[in-house]
Design a protein around this ligand. Structure first.
Ligand SMILES: NC(=O)c1ccc[n+]([C@@H]2O[C@H](COP(=O)([O-])OP(=O)(O)OC[C@H]3O[C@@H](n4cnc5c(N)ncnc54)[C@H](O)[C@@H]3O)[C@@H](O)[C@H]2O)c1
Length: 260
């Protein structure tokens, strides 16, 4: 599917060495956009940039670093703008999923989840908006929330809390940043087959496909296609919303007949 307004646009995507972020970077480059690609793992970051080179992406900048670190965040926005001359799209995709029983969940783990999922996204948008204010031509943000920000899931209280907060951040900033011509939306992926989820659960696809009406697991490409739509001119009047991409999983919980 072709979208309007992506060619030659400049996007900064965090946590894009693999998984959903990489798929977004790949699809954007295939649509003629330029991409600054961040990952905390420098080797993964470099490998991803090389993979993009092999699939037709020529305008790709590698920005290794921790997307929860405020110095890295500021540097990433400046480096992207000075390398490409501008910044149009921001995808604060990096997120950490730490499982743990509520009663024993460690404060250090809580801090890690908040630092990346919330603080990282919040201050990255702040830095980009400062630039957009100067540029005067606005920008678009797509946040990565989660199905777990809508439905509870065992041992994910801290993570779920951050993903619910990102949905509110989209609403709040759609309202506050309109003065800078910034639009901001979020995607809430359901279970998505990535390198990480496959490693966490070898039969991830088999287990999770059965849980939604579509009968299939989400793919990074499903999320990337949604992200490109939200970044495109086709979605110009959509602002402050969260698009749930979960094969219909959130439409209903289990019913008595599902238990037999
Ligand atoms: N995969 C799913 O099923 C799923 C479902 C719902 C929401 N999400 C959300 O979508 C986003 C991407 O998910 P994913 O499964 O593709 O991610 P992932 O866990 O596979 O991580 C992608 C990349 O992020 C990098 N990363 C980790 N910490 C980082 C940091 N501090 N700074 C920069 N990079 C960092 C990793 O090295 C990795 O290469 C996350 O925010 C996640 O919470 C994923």
């Amino acid at each position: 599917m072709e979208h309007n307004g992506l060619k030659n646009k400049v996007a900064l995507i965090t946590g894009a060495g693999e998984g959903i972020g990489f798929a977004i970077a790949q699809l954007l480059t295939q649509h003629g956009a330029k991409v600054a690609l961040n990952d905390v793992d420098p080797a993964k970051c470099q490998a991803a940039v090389e993979r993009l080179g092999q699939t037709g992406g020529t305008s790709v900048l590698s920005l290794p670093g921790d997307a929860s670190d405020l110095k890295v965040i500021t540097a990433m926005v400046h480096s992207t703008a000075s390398h490409f001359g501008t910044l149009d799209f921001l995808v604060p995709n990096a997120g950490i999923t730490l499982f743990g029983d509520f009663l024993t969940f460690a404060p250090e783990d809580f801090d890690k989840v908040i630092a990346l999922n919330l603080k990282g996204a919040f201050f990255l948008i702040q830095q980009a908006t400062k630039l957009w204010e100067k540029q005067g031509k606005g920008g678009k943000v797509v946040l990565m929330s989660s199905q777990v920000g809508i439905r509870a899931y065992k041992n994910l209280a801290a993570y779920g809390m951050t993903k619910a907060a990102l949905r509110m951040l989209a609403k709040q900033l759609a309202y506050e940043l309109a003065q800078y011509r910034v639009t901001i939306n979020a995607i809430a992926p359901g279970a998505t087959l990535t390198e990480r989820t496959k490693e966490e659960e070898p039969d991830y696809e088999g287990t999770w496909s059965a849980l939604n009406p579509n009968g299939r697991v989400g793919t990074p490409l499903d999320m990337a296609k949604t992200c490109l739509f939200l970044l495109s001119e086709d979605a110009r009047h959509i602002n402050g919303q969260t698009l749930i991409v979960d094969g219909g999983w959130d439409t209903a919980g289990k019913y008595p007949e599902d238990l037999s």
